[in-house]
Design a binder for this molecule. Structure first.
Ligand SMILES: [Zn+2]
Ligand SMILES: [Zn+2]
Length: 378
């Protein structure tokens, strides 16, 4: 366990942002190659896929850890603090990675009895691009998976507690930029141009029309304005350009798509009415996480086998997780691992992954693997 803690703290000292995890990848290769996996492949440029095969037919099980850090300056002063000025592991992906290295060690000693186990060290989770990049990789495309699992540490919950629910687990989200092109004019003669300020203000109000803030409603939806700009700080000119950016979220993909369409339609009518040219760009797509009841049962049984405290969530989390694309492509489940009630929140500048829960994470994954293989065999 001590060496897994050292690995976690090493990763913490040398964080890398989404899509730039080159050193992390090389470091992990060095840790994993001596474990003699059946295959060890680079995937999605900066990720790794590590495979342990049995000699008997059985399920293909995928376990995922995310490996990227965030553009946040760490304010902690402990010895393993980030060595980089404005980058740090503030989501605990250093801990998730160490947990999956721990699972690889167990698999090296006790290879799967049936089927194949795939450990995916996934890059670029925070920007919602890693899972798609992995799915596009020919090395990954060769496989189909019977079940896939991932965990996320959760500050605010007792350490070692397992937090889960069947069906919807976390929201789906997508971001959009609307760009309004008008025409600048002399500030003394705005009528000679086309100032998009009225349209911008109306578009920002659309949030109210499309938001359903009640989290227990099936049609829960949040339309959050995140950025807006109008014209230039050039006081002789009437503005000729504006932008409004939003993040939209909902419990499931179909509903999210409906809200996106409705918002896009309303913005288009607004722009057309004002004679403005409109461009829209959609990005940072995060699929909702759907926990298949069978995969959820495995998580629950595994927690019970280790006498871990269990909390069934009443409603899904409002945050998003890139694993949603994998859990909606294959059957799977994601669960939370309590990181301590006093631990600072994810993405806080003083957050640090608690090393105490590494062992719990390893135990959960190893148990899920043996349950999945056993279930398939019986
Ligand atoms: Zn995060
Ligand atoms: Zn995260």
């Amino acid at each position: 366990m001590q060496s897994l803690i050292s690995i976690r703290q090493h990763l913490h000292q040398f964080p890398e942002l989404s899509g730039q995890e080159y050193q992390t990848q090389q470091f992990l290769k060095k840790q994993l190659a001596p474990r003699d996996p059946d295959y060890l492949q680079e995937v999605a440029t900066t990720g790794l896929l590590v495979e342990f095969w049995s000699k008997r037919a059985g399920p293909n099980i995928l376990l995922r850890a995310d490996i990227d850090a965030l553009p946040i300056a760490e304010i902690n002063s402990f010895a393993h603090r980030s060595r980089k000025e404005n980058e740090s592991h503030k989501c605990g992906h250093d801990g998730h990675t160490a947990i999956l290295v721990g699972v690889a060690r167990q698999l090296a000693q006790h290879p799967p009895q049936t089927g194949k186990v795939f450990l995916l060290f996934q890059p670029a989770e925070e920007i919602g691009q890693g899972a798609q990049a992995v799915l596009n990789d020919p090395e990954f495309k060769k496989w189909s998976f019977d079940q896939c699992f991932a965990l996320h540490n959760l500050p605010g919950y007792p350490m070692h507690q397992i937090i889960c629910k069947p069906h919807q687990f976390s929201a789906g989200a997508v971001s959009v930029a609307f760009r309004l092109f008008g025409k600048t004019a002399h500030a003394a003669q705005p009528e000679k141009g086309l100032n998009p300020s009225q349209a911008l203000s109306a578009i920002l109000q659309l949030r109210e029309r499309f938001t359903q803030p009640k989290t227990d409603a099936q049609d829960f939806a949040l339309v959050t304005p995140v950025y807006a700009t109008l014209g230039e700080k050039s006081y002789g000119a009437s503005a000729g350009y504006a932008e409004a950016h939003f993040t939209l979220r909902a419990w499931n993909q179909e509903h999210l798509e409906q809200v996106c369409k409705a918002l896009s339609h309303a913005v288009k009518s607004q722009a057309t009415a004002e004679g403005l040219w409109l461009e829209e760009e959609w990005f940072e797509v995060f699929h909702a996480n759907y926990n298949h009841p069978r995969a959820y049962d495995l998580v629950k049984q595994s927690a019970a086998r280790h006498n871990l405290s269990w909390q069934e969530m009443e409603r899904p989390f409002r945050w998003t997780e890139d694993f949603g694309l994998l859990s909606s492509t294959f059957t799977g489940a994601m669960f939370g691992l309590g990181a301590g009630e006093q631990t600072p929140a994810l993405h806080n500048p003083d957050y640090d992954f608690p090393d105490e829960i590494i062992e719990t994470g390893v135990k959960m994954f190893v148990e899920i693997l043996s349950q999945a293989q056993y279930n398939q065999a019986t």
